[in-house]
Design a protein around this ligand. Structure first.
Ligand code: PYC
Length: 334
């Protein structure tokens, strides 16, 4: 066999959503911080993301995380998140997958009943507390980056839908537009997933064209690629949603950064106090439990500190290679 690249990977899924954890083959990405590494990777190394997540090695909803040495002394590992959408600043389901893989493969010193792993992510330090029993990661609670509500009940004209939509927008590691499904008159039913997705992409496009968000302190976080459609009957205790993501897929997991953004929004509405459980359910019915454990400030904005609890399972171990004669060195989208 000939290979110009070879990557070692541990594949996992977090509440239904894949995370391909790249444990070897990448080398150290240049950059003094994980966000600098993310921006360098986007500019110079994006073909590696495409190789690892696109078909035929991945699929149209594939996601992964590349392990790196940390760039800060208080972290155990650096993490670069790779998805079909690009390189996210932070990914909740991906972090739960990474923490599970690190524990279950013995890449960290495992302490029962709780192993704490400190992860250097492009969005900041994320602490993963892993509940471990007999070597198995039973569930992971991550302490996410500060999250804040950017706008509440704003309106935007969505030309492709030929209507005005009311939405809220919050940051939970990525920017999320939150829209009541009733706004687009579509039932919360996977039979309608294509219509929901089409509406989501149209809303993202309108927001990014007319009123793009910008994170006050993290460079290069300046667009909204996620629309969280809230199902009727949802409240600050239990919320169900369909998470439409650029360029055209749904999160299978309840979306950790989306759950954090939703909690920031509910907190800004005065509906979700600190220290109260919030259960967020995905389009496939899997759940994360979130909680707000504190308040802080992000670039002059009031922010909250979320935790997210969920489970992940290892699904396989792989070596992904690139043969020099492969006609699709970047894979392809279909
Ligand atoms: O869990 O944060 C998350 C996430 C982001 C995109 C897909 N999942």
């Amino acid at each position: 066999m000939r290979a110009t690249r070879m990557f070692q990977a541990v594949d996992s899924h977090t509440e239904g959503m894949p995370t391909r954890v790249i444990t070897g083959g990448m080398g150290v990405i240049p950059g003094a911080t994980m966000n600098e590494r993310r921006l360098h990777f986007i500019a110079h190394l994006d073909h590696i993301r495409k190789l690892l997540v696109n078909e035929p090695r991945g699929h149209s909803a594939m996601s992964g995380a590349i392990l790196q040495p940390p760039t800060r002394p208080d972290a155990d590992f650096g993490v670069l998140y790779i998805e079909v959408s690009g390189c996210l600043p932070m990914c909740g389901h991906g972090t739960i997958g990474v923490a599970t893989v690190l524990v279950e493969t013995g890449m960290v010193e495992v302490v029962e009943p709780r192993t704490t792993i400190r992860l250097d992510t492009p969005a900041g330090l994320v602490v993963a507390n892993v509940a471990v029993k007999d070597g198995r990661a039973e569930h992971v609670t991550l302490e996410n980056v500060p999250s804040y509500c950017d706008r509440l009940d704003s309106t935007i004209v969505v030309p492709a839908l030929d209507r005005e939509i009311t939405y809220s927008l919050a940051f939970g590691g990525n920017f999320y537009a939150m829209v009541d499904l009733d706004e687009i008159d579509i039932r919360f039913d996977r039979a309608h997933k294509q219509e929901i997705l089409t509406a989501g992409l149209a809303i993202m496009d309108a927001i990014n064209t007319q009123a793009p968000p910008k994170h006050p302190t993290i460079d290069g976080v300046d667009h909204c690629h996620h629309v969280e459609f809230i199902a009727p009957g949802s409240d600050a205790t239990l919320s169900r949603h369909a998470m439409a993501i650029h360029p055209g897929w749904f999160d299978r997991s309840p979306c950790g950064t989306g759950t954090s953004a939703r909690m920031a929004e509910l907190h800004a509405r005065g509906e979700l106090p600190l220290h109260q459980d919030f259960v967020n359910e995905s389009f496939i019915g899997s759940r994360f439990t979130g909680r707000l454990i504190g308040e802080t400030d992000v670039g002059g904005r009031h922010a909250v500190l979320p935790t997210i609890t969920g489970r992940a399972w290892i699904t396989g171990f792989g070596q992904y290679v690139l043969d020099p004669t492969d006609p699709y060195p970047h894979g392809f989208e279909f």
